[in-house]
Design a binder for this molecule. Structure first.
Ligand SMILES: C[S@@+](CC[C@H](N)C(=O)[O-])C[C@H]1O[C@@H](n2cnc3c(N)ncnc32)[C@H](O)[C@@H]1O
Length: 221
């Protein structure tokens, strides 16, 4: 879990590689859509979660569906969903990410609503057809805007707030990716206290790491 992650980024070579590689703005392309990933934004190149979500939504019929990417980072998922004719809202608390996404939307000639919002705070109350979440999941308090992409708070505050807020919403399909690298039991237990269960809709092993896409369902207990 966190040990694996710490091992991943504290290994001298990987630390040097990640710090230097992502200190520069890098392009990321998926099916003819290109975004510029600025240094303070979650890099979809190095992690595999973004790509797994992109491949998964490739198979969904998104035409005329409303879709929210909660915590959009580079926004590649939002742009791809817009290219599949969804009506997309992309939200984040990282203003650098949102500014870069505005430029990427123009560059790719795609329309979407880009919004600063802490979870659902500034988002419409009416339900979305689809919500996509690639959450931060390592238990540590984020010290800066970049770390918000990785750390969910020492006591998993991100998940506590997320499930609390989802409990009062009526969105149709809420998909969240997690991996064996995080404390799945803890996150499931937090969901449970809000009468929410995580139903696995995809399990995918990449480079010896199991990744899971969960559909977030209310249990009405
Ligand atoms: C793991 S990154 C995923 C980025 C993008 N969705 C992707 O798949 O490439 C998590 C994102 O959630 C954002 N985030 C963290 N806490 C948030 C919050 N409370 N409200 C909205 N976004 C948040 C981070 O800034 C970051 O961009």
């Amino acid at each position: 879990m966190i040990r694996t992650f710490i091992k991943k980024i504290t290994h001298p070579f990987l630390k040097f590689f990640t710090e230097n590689y992502f200190n520069k703005t890098r392009n990321y392309t998926y099916k003819n859509i290109t975004v510029k990933v600025v240094p303070s934004v979650f890099p979809p190149h190095y992690t595999i979660s973004t790509k797994i979500l992109l491949d998964y939504i490739s198979s969904l019929d998104l035409k005329e569906k409303t879709l929210l990417e909660l915590g959009c980072g580079s926004g590649i998922i939002s742009l791809f969903a817009a290219s599949k004719n969804a009506t997309v809202t992309a939200s984040d608390i990282n203003k650098n990410a949102l500014n870069a996404l505005k430029t990427a939307a123009d560059y790719n000639k795609l329309n979407l609503t880009i919004l600063y919002s802490d979870l659902f705070q500034k988002l419409q109350k009416s339900p979305f057809d689809v919500i996509i979440i690639n959450p931060p999941y390592y238990p540590k308090n984020p010290k800066n805007i970049k770390e918000n992409a990785w750390f969910c708070g020492e006591d998993f505050e991100y998940f506590k707030n997320l499930f609390f807020q989802l409990d009062t919403r009526e969105d149709k399909l809420v998909l969240m990716i997690l991996s064996q690298d995080c404390d799945l039991e803890k996150i499931k237990n937090i969901a449970d206290t809000h009468n929410i269960k995580l139903e696995c809709v995809l399990e995918k092993k990449v480079l010896a790491e199991n990744n899971f896409i969960f559909s977030i369902k209310k249990t009405f207990n």
